[in-house]
Design a protein around this ligand. Structure first.
Ligand code: ADP
Length: 418
């Protein structure tokens, strides 16, 4: 699937860039041809003007007096005007041929257009027809043609360069397209794999409690009605498993719905000193921390941040819950609030089991658990830290961790001050 998308990307990239390249090459070629033609027209016009300047005409005697003997190329006693003129012709005002040099020779003037390209074999000619005027009146037409050999050769060369360069450039574009396609596909492939992993983990996590609920219910139903005690135990198990499933589904829904955004309406200034002080007294936190000592360290001055109080509370609760879960009896957990000039820190430090260095980069991934067996006992599903991270990042902050196996962990939320 990804290779096909990559191929498609490279294909369309080459097609679009190739079209632009060919269009550009065509325009350059056309412009080059126009410039060459204008250059050769200027030269031809200059030659025709020199020839016309040598026509002798006496106005009193009219057209009969026209003498072309001194006209270069055409005249008998004239000097040659370069040797690239293919033909030169003199026509009367009525269009009759009077004198000529070179072939072919139409007897009548066929065109009055100034410049014309004559497509003869083996080479094309560029022809000028110049009305020659003296004393304010036209005395005849001078027609001169030169071969377009130089211009044609130059254009052929340019065409050859294009014919070789365009396919080579297209090949390079295709390679670049393929490379860029690979780079563009990389994050998509990553998120696709992540999504796939997430879906399979989520279904795996949901399957186990559902199976437990089912088996408990079935066994509970099998026990005789008068033996109420075991049945009650079974039903308690069902309720416990259903509760865990409910938490899991709620966490999954939270992650899916929150998706890195906070409703701007819910953002308010939060007094963190009060929030943390109240939180530490929650019965649920007290219950979690009953086997250890929980310290709260707050600065004297008020620390205010802008955010959603419920979400931030949830993030801190997740960190404290983990610290309590992974710290053995008589251990210590600190909840600290530190106000720095440029940010605000909420730290949760414990003297618990710690996290191996190799696991630290993955610790915030959804469903990631350091030690499946260890966390199965503690009932974790691997979503607590992912949720905390998502909340902190949605507030424009950062969640970082440092840990030493056997010594403890320090989770630190870095928030922007208000
Ligand atoms: P869980 O619900 O399994 O605790 P989390 O996302 O909260 O999921 O944590 C992911 C994993 O990180 C846990 O399984 C645990 O192994 C490890 N972990 C998190 N916090 C701590 C901590 N304070 N001390 C030791 N390990 C921790």
């Amino acid at each position: 699937m990804f290779n096909r998308s990559r191929r498609n990307f490279a294909h369309w990239f080459t097609l679009s860039m190739g079209s632009i390249l060919i269009l550009f090459a065509g325009m350059v070629y056309y412009q080059w041809a126009v410039v060459r033609l204008e250059e050769s027209d200027r030269l031809l016009y200059r030659k025709a003007r020199i020839m016309a300047a040598n026509v002798y005409y006496d106005p009193r005697q009219g057209e009969e007096s026209i003498d072309l003997d001194n006209v270069p190329i055409l005249g008998n006693y004239s000097l040659p005007l370069g040797n690239e003129i293919t033909y030169a012709r003199w026509y009367s005002t009525g269009g009759q041929l009077r004198q000529f040099y070179g072939t072919p020779v139409p007897a009548k003037l066929q065109t009055t257009a100034a410049f014309e390209t004559i497509q003869t074999a083996p080479q094309w000619l560029r022809q000028i027809t110049l009305p020659v005027q003296q004393g304010g009146q036209t005395i005849g037409y001078l027609q001169v043609a030169v071969p377009l050999t130089d211009a044609q050769a130059a254009l052929r060369e340019v065409l050859l360069v294009f014919v070789l360069a365009v396919p080579l450039t297209l090949g390079a574009i295709a390679l670049v397209g393929w490379y860029l396609g690979g780079r563009a596909m990389h994050p998509i492939r990553e998120s696709y794999l992540q999504l796939q992993r997430f879906t399979s983990d989520a279904s795996h996590e949901l399957r186990a409690p559902v199976a437990a609920i089912l088996s408990n219910a079935q066994v509970g139903l099998m026990s005789p009605i008068d033996q109420g005690q075991p049945k009650h135990k079974r039903l308690e198990n069902i309720a416990e498993t259903a509760k865990r499933m409910n938490t899991l589904v709620n966490n999954l829904l939270f992650l899916a719905r929150q998706a890195g955004r906070i409703d701007p309406v819910s953002i308010q200034p939060i007094d963190l000193n009060t929030l943390l002080k109240e939180m530490i007294d929650f019965p649920s936190i007290q219950a979690m921390a009953q086997h250890l000592t929980l310290h709260l360290e707050l600065p004297e001055e008020k620390v205010i941040v802008n955010g959603n109080a419920d979400l931030l509370r949830q993030a801190v609760v997740n960190l404290i819950a983990n610290a309590c879960k992974y710290t053995s009896a008589n251990g210590k957990v600190w909840l600290r609030l530190i106000d720095r000039d440029y940010d605000v820190l909420i730290q949760v430090e414990d003297t618990g089991v710690g996290i191996p260095q190799s696991d630290l980069p993955h610790i915030f991934d959804r469903f990631y658990r350091v030690n499946q067996e260890r966390t199965r006992e503690t009932g974790g599903s691997g979503l607590g830290l992912a949720i905390a991270k998502q909340i902190v990042e949605a507030h424009g902050g950062r969640l970082a961790v440092t840990s030493q196996v056997g010594q403890g962990s320090l989770f630190q939320m870095e928030l922007l001050p208000s």
